[in-house]
Design a protein around this ligand. Structure first.
Ligand SMILES: [Zn+2]
Length: 126
């Protein structure tokens, strides 16, 4: 576990305080601290976004949706199953359903560009 100053319990109260989140699940002080940091960052970002004009917000939206649909940070590989259409005129599989598959694909971001690779029917995890 990563240690921050926040982890250090004060000498006067050595017993750790048990906190509960909104779902009644136990959470540590550090969990709560991180959660608060996160919602604080989100709030600040939303305030910034509100200052943008419609055009800028639209650009931001398409940037964000690109980013989210790629789903991967640089170097990280994600795997997903997809159906694909073969493009043949009278293919029953494509006409009646989502297409052929599902087949596994890997996505990896390299230098900010998303690379898609066909893997096959078998899961990459074996
Ligand atoms: Zn087909």
């Amino acid at each position: 576990m990563q240690h921050t100053l926040f982890d250090l319990a004060p000498y006067t109260s050595p017993a750790p305080k048990v906190l509960f989140d909104e779902n009644g699940v136990e959470e540590t002080k550090l969990d709560r601290y991180r959660k608060e940091q996160k919602s604080d960052r989100l709030k600040k970002t939303q305030e910034q976004i509100e200052k943008l004009d419609r055009d800028q917000q639209q650009k931001l939206l398409s940037w964000l949706s690109d980013r989210l649909s790629s789903g991967a940070g640089d170097g990280e590989i994600i795997y997903r199953q997809e159906y694909s259409k073969c493009g043949k005129a009278r293919c029953k599989t494509c006409e009646q359903g989502e297409g052929h598959g599902p087949y596994w694909y890997s996505y990896q971001k390299i230098n900010g560009r998303l690379k898609k690779k066909y893997i096959g029917k078998k899961s990459p995890q074996g």
